[in-house]
Design a protein. Structure first.
Length: 162
């Protein structure tokens, strides 16, 4: 028995997790016996506390779903992108909470609150840019048919006013 191993009453050898070799980890992953956390399995939203059913957690799920959709769906988002989206969703919700707080203050937000809001907004922007979510300008040029129809209705209105 190696020095990092311990023997229990039944005589079986237990290897502490911190001393597992890469080969042992590979075998555990291949066999599928390695347990995953409830967060990884999708059964819980948070590692600790909260059941995930409160208004904050529901809004978090909604924002995550919207951002994942922007990336083309869950199957197209890498694990790193999902992690960034989760952090972006948290900042989004907290910024919304600050906005709600600002709307109820009779004298407006304090300088410290505005500073926090600005820093959180900039962090959110950087997170969203890092996963490729960017502003896409909308084409506001009318189609030829819409332009001609609008022009015709304006001419009719002008003739009716004379």
């Amino acid at each position: 028995m190696e020095s990092n191993q311990t023997e229990n009453r039944s005589g079986s050898v237990r290897v502490p997790i911190i001393h597992r070799t890469a080969e042992m980890e590979r075998r555990l992953l291949e066999s599928g016996t390695r347990q995953k956390s409830a967060v990884t399995n999708g059964k819980r939203m948070f590692v600790e506390a909260g059941d995930g059913n409160g208004p904050w957690a529901r809004r978090m799920r909604d924002v995550i779903e919207l951002h994942i959709s922007d990336l083309g769906g869950l199957e197209n988002a890498s694990e790193a992108e999902r992690s960034i989206i989760r952090r972006a969703a948290t900042l989004t919700i907290e910024l919304e909470r600050l906005e709600a707080k600002f709307s109820t203050l009779p004298n407006g937000p304090r300088a410290e609150d505005l500073d926090l809001y600005q820093r959180a907004s900039n962090s959110l922007r950087r997170l969203l840019e890092s996963i490729g979510i960017q502003r896409r300008p909308r084409d506001v040029t009318p189609s030829l048919a819409a332009y001609l129809a609008d022009r015709k209705s304006r001419q009719g209105a002008e003739e009716g006013n004379q």
